[in-house]
Design a protein around this ligand. Structure first.
Ligand SMILES: [Mg+2]
Length: 186
């Protein structure tokens, strides 16, 4: 295979991949034409939101739902007064987390032989709804929340601090600073 054939082969693969993620033939060719010679690195690094923004007609539905798709859905089902933004979903999140715990607690008590996973799933959905609404009120995306959590836990895994307490436990304090009592007055 000579170089130009290899390039053509590569383009064909890219074209197929673009179709796989929901672009039609015309869009795929336009994107390929646009992005060459750096090929597809840019588009593969784009989020679905960015792809939708650039190519609004691309049908990405078969890829399933993203966290941000779900967050958008919650916008259309909000039913609390906007003056209670942040506080209402924060309270609801806690309430629904309690309902998850309640279902597990009753199973533990022996009310039912089996844990009703369907009912727990519904309560978990309520948790997710309030979590998404809280994120919206705070002006952040659910994907941002997930990504931040991935980064935090990855760091903890790397430093061997997955177990323990504290939000910033990966920051190990300098023992000499801890022994500096000069700022404490008795
Ligand atoms: Mg509930």
């Amino acid at each position: 295979m000579n170089t130009s054939n290899e390039q053509a082969f590569q383009d064909k693969e890219d074209l197929k991949s673009l179709k796989d993620i929901g672009f039609n033939e015309e869009e795929s060719k336009a994107i390929l034409w646009d992005s060459l010679p750096n090929s597809m690195t840019h588009i593969w690094e784009m989020t679905r939101e960015q792809i939708r923004e650039k190519w609004p007609n691309a049908d990405l539905s078969h890829l399933g739902m993203t966290l941000n798709d779900y967050q958008k859905f919650t916008d259309s089902t909000r039913s609390f007064p906007e003056k209670h933004a942040i506080v209402y979903p924060a309270l609801g999140l806690s309430e629904e987390a309690g309902e998850v715990a309640g279902k597990v607690k009753k199973w533990l008590r022996g009310d039912t032989e089996k844990l009703d996973v369907d009912r727990v799933k519904k309560e978990m959905g309520d948790v997710l709804w309030y979590l998404a609404s809280l994120a919206t009120d705070l002006g952040i995306t659910l994907e941002d929340v997930a990504q931040t959590n991935i980064e935090k836990l990855t760091k903890r895994k790397e430093t061997g601090t997955l177990k323990g307490d504290g939000d910033d436990r990966e920051i190990i304090p300098n023992i000499n600073e801890l022994r500096d009592f000069s700022g404490i007055h008795h």
